[in-house]
Ligand binder design. Structure first.
Ligand code: CS2
Length: 489
């Protein structure tokens, strides 16, 4: 007789194999609200936080908030009580464990009142965020709050029913006068803490000048650098999680074994003992964050666009192409590393070698199309910022330009009648319109895209050498992506 398979959930924890979790450790009270409960948070901060609580205690259970409605996911989270299997994969290691630190899950669109109530619970000391670059509603031209953004317009008109992250943070902070939480961005933005502070303070000022002044003065917004390669969940992950736990898990997360977290240590109301479990608590995150954004993420975006154009589905498959691998090595060594500040504790050459090995992890199905999303929000800090510095220094940047040109060709490819893929980007309509207008003419494509000041700062777009290098790289790609990679390596 066949018994039905159990579901991974709190009341089934006792049936879990002992090595997968520590049943003696009871999840404490909620002390953190996390906005943006995606795979990355569940592979990174939730794991560090669980480890910190196991090592040193503390009431740092996590309430995860789903920002955009995915009803099925929310239902799965609720029925599993926030539990999920973490699968760490590399070519020579496979580890699994069940993570229990996420103990409440709320969906912002349907449960806004509960989200606000939780945010106003004074036992909550930290609100962390992984809402992706676009979630901050930054005006790309002036770096402040985008007051024309649809969600911001809505939230300024309905401050008690916010849909954006800045709107939610302000709605909660105004209900906690004198007793704020710390706001911790964990997204791949330059100076993520300062960025979120800027948009939150500006939003608050537009509602109430005193509120804005108080937030500016009394709320802490530490910067962080977060790192762990975490692909979207695949059917293989679902099968592996069930095989290992003996239960159905609709929410497993797979990631690499490597994890890094560098955090500015400004938590006036306390924090988990993340420093006891591998996080680096430092005074200034900037050098780490620049190195990670430009080296890991800059290389990632370049690999992603070149790979979609050449037909490689995953990062690891792309890295098996010797020309592409050599190109990325040269991009990092000759063009990106010289733009980074040197730090005694950061060996950039060793970091580069480790990155190339991490990218080659064939046990991880990290799809290039996943990385290729939201290019308009990623390219500025990953590729354009180092290009601008190289131009100012009068040094070459042809490989960085190849990355940008590959993104342009990727946009153009999506606008063709027989397109193999569609793009996912907050500016997709404008990008596609520019590609359609260019009608296959590379010069018109470059001109049309460079005119978008929300991506390309006017000063950079008007640099002759920039236009020349981008056009040359696009020309090379149009003659053949393989030959371009060989030429630029
Ligand atoms: C990737 C990142 O999707 C992307 O844009 O570059 O998610 C990357 O995998 C992480 O930042 C690694 O820490």
């Amino acid at each position: 007789m066949q018994y039905p398979v159990r579901r991974l959930r709190r009341d089934n924890e006792v049936y879990l194999p002992k090595r997968l979790s520590n049943p003696a450790w009871r999840v404490p009270e909620i002390g953190i609200v996390h906005l943006g409960l995606g795979n990355f948070h569940r592979a990174h901060q939730a794991v560090f936080t669980e480890d910190a609580m196991i090592a040193a205690g503390g009431d740092w259970g996590i309430c995860g908030v789903i920002m955009r409605g995915d009803r099925q996911k929310h239902a799965d989270f609720n029925s599993q009580g926030g539990l999920y299997t973490l699968l760490e994969r590399s070519t020579d290691r496979f580890d699994a464990r069940v993570i229990r630190s996420v103990c409440e899950v709320l969906a912002a669109p349907q449960q806004l009142a509960s989200v606000l109530e939780r945010l106003c619970d004074t036992r909550v000391k930290i609100v962390s965020l992984t809402i992706t670059e676009k979630g901050y509603c930054v005006d790309p031209v002036n770096g402040g709050l985008d007051t024309r953004h649809r969600d911001i317009v809505h939230d300024l008109a309905h401050p008690d029913a916010p849909i954006s992250a800045p709107g939610m943070l302000v709605a909660a902070l105004r209900r906690r006068p004198g007793d704020p939480f710390t706001v911790m961005s964990c997204d791949n933005l330059s100076e993520n803490g300062r960025t979120v502070k800027k948009v939150v303070v500006q939003f608050a000022r537009l509602l109430d000048a005193d509120l804005g002044a108080w937030i500016e003065k009394d709320v802490a917004f530490p910067c962080t650098m977060v790192d762990r390669i975490t692909p979207a969940t695949t059917p293989i992950d679902l099968d592996d999680a069930q095989r290992i736990t003996g239960m159905i898990d609709a929410l497993p997360v797979s990631c690499e074994p490597f994890r890094q977290w560098v955090i500015e240590d400004t938590f006036p109301s306390g924090r988990p003992a993340w420093d006891r479990v591998g996080a680096q608590l430092v005074e200034d995150v900037t050098p780490f964050e620049l190195a990670k954004l430009r080296m890991l993420n800059g290389a990632h975006s370049t690999i992603a666009y070149l790979s979609v154009l050449s037909g490689y589905e995953t990062v690891a498959a792309a890295m098996s192409d010797p020309d592409l691998k050599a190109l990325i090595h040269a991009l990092l060594t000759d063009e990106i590393m010289p733009t980074l500040p040197s730090l005694p504790t950061l060996d950039l050459a060793a970091y580069r070698d480790a990155l190339l090995a991490r990218f080659s992890n064939v046990a991880l199905a990290h799809r290039c199309m996943q990385i290729a999303t939201d290019g308009s929000k990623k390219i500025p800090q990953r590729l354009l910022a180092p290009i601008a510095e190289r131009i100012r220094a009068g040094t070459p940047f042809r490989r960085l330009a190849l990355g940008v040109a590959a993104w342009m060709r990727f946009i153009a490819g999506s606008a063709q009648a027989d397109a193999r893929y569609t793009i996912s980007d907050p500016l997709s309509a404008t990008l596609t319109a520019a590609a359609v207008r260019a009608n296959g003419d590379p010069q018109a494509l470059v001109a049309g895209l460079l005119a978008m000041q929300e991506i390309f700062p006017a000063e950079l777009a008007s640099e002759r050498v920039f236009v020349t290098e981008i056009s040359a790289a696009l020309h090379a790609l149009n003659r053949g992506v393989g030959s371009a990679m060989s030429l630029y390596k």
